[in-house]
Design a protein around this ligand. Structure first.
Ligand code: G3H
Ligand code: 13P
Ligand code: ZN
Length: 332
């Protein structure tokens, strides 16, 4: 039986984005796959009073079971209230929905927002698919994110320099023909912990890779064409070098990991960018904490003894994002 997100105490992105665009900050969109990540996100956002988008990818649905994730999101609202957050602003969002069916299924099971990712399709096919999802989702006040332009990603062997930046000339037609509520764009961010190849970067005096700047010129052109329209940045982890170093110190093998510098994200929040996606930084924080415990206490075998510290580190990292990078603290 279909259930509305409204019954679960969740919200869609309409008000969140309106306030964020006006206020010059961005809503954090954090991915979750398990209880510890969800606890960390909710306790961080409750403490910081930050609106938040909980993102579920297709991979997360397969890993954790979509029904369980939905109930966890419902539980997250109750947990937030228990923590003293009277009016939690929590959105449950499908990340990178690949087809109409997955978007429909999420709308029907209590998600308040979905992304239909038709970015790899030809322009007209992307429009047709996105429009179909919008028509279905809007019947239930579920908001829809579309995407134009292709982000580079390590997984498909596409490198960042070959990413297909969003073409500003296309955005008005895409938004008006589809009716989407927000638009993900490609201006140089990319998924994962290796966002750029070393030869695309410079190095600082400590040998740390410094990535090329985001294409703020493209962002500006898009904003001029769509004044006040909510823009989304995917692939926006900063890949904190202290986590990379900790992982490698305790036996890991991350090479040339590099992310988007925080000051560039801060700058983006002052524009129409009102949703910033962060997944990899959570993976790094968790892995760094777990590796440390397992190496320093080899006799430990109670998962709570390494997942607990991982959760603490995650919470610290999420609070930092809300307070110091996205500016979303105190906005809910
Ligand atoms: O954009 C991708 C997200 O980081 C989700 O990744 O598909 O491995 O869950 P995943
Ligand atoms: P990161 O890999 O940079 O965390 O990006 C996550 C993302 O865009 C999820 O959709
Ligand atoms: Zn993404």
């Amino acid at each position: 039986m279909a259930v509305s997100y409204k019954k679960l105490g969740l919200v869609n992105t309409v008000e969140m984005f309106k306030k964020a665009v006006k206020g010059g900050y961005a809503i954090p969109a954090f991915n979750f796959n398990n209880m510890e990540q969800l606890q960390a996100i909710i306790s961080a956002c409750a403490e910081k009073r930050s609106p938040v988008i909980l993102q579920v990818s297709s991979g997360a649905r397969k890993y954790a079971n979509q029904t369980l994730l939905r109930y966890m999101a419902e539980g997250a609202v109750a947990y937030a209230k228990e923590l003293g957050w009277e009016n939690p602003q929590i959105c449950l969002h499908l990340d990178h929905g690949a087809d109409f069916e997955i978007c429909k299924s999420c709308c029907d099971m209590g998600f308040s927002s979905v992304m239909i990712d038709g970015s790899s399709l030809p322009f007209d096919e992307n429009i047709a698919l996105t429009k179909k999802v919008v028509e279905y989702a809007h019947q239930f006040d579920v908001t829809v994110e579309g995407e134009l332009g292709v982000l580079a990603g390590v997984e498909d062997d596409v490198v960042a320099e070959k990413s297909d930046y969003t073409q500003p000339k296309d955005v008005i037609e895409f938004v008006s023909r589809t009716g989407v509520d927000s638009l993900a764009i490609s201006i140089g961010t990319s998924h994962g912990a290796n966002k750029f190849r070393p030869e695309q970067c410079t190095r600082n005096e400590n040998g740390i890779l410094i990535p090329p700047a985001l294409r703020f010129d493209i962002l500006k052109e898009i904003e001029t064409k769509l004044p006040g329209f909510p823009i989304v940045l995917h692939g926006s982890s900063s890949v904190p070098q202290e986590y990379v170093a900790q992982i490698n110190h305790f036996g890991g093998a991350l090479k040339d990991a590099v992310g988007i510098p925080e000051e560039q994200l801060r700058k983006a929040t002052k524009s129409a960018v009102c949703k910033i996606n962060i997944d990899s930084d959570g993976r790094l924080a968790m892995t760094a904490a777990i590796r440390k415990v397992l190496v320093e206490k080899p006799a430990e075998f109670d998962p709570r003894k390494y997942l607990g510290p991982a959760r603490d580190e995650l919470k610290k990292m999420y609070m930092h994002k809300c307070e110091d990078v996205l500016g979303s603290a105190g906005k809910a």
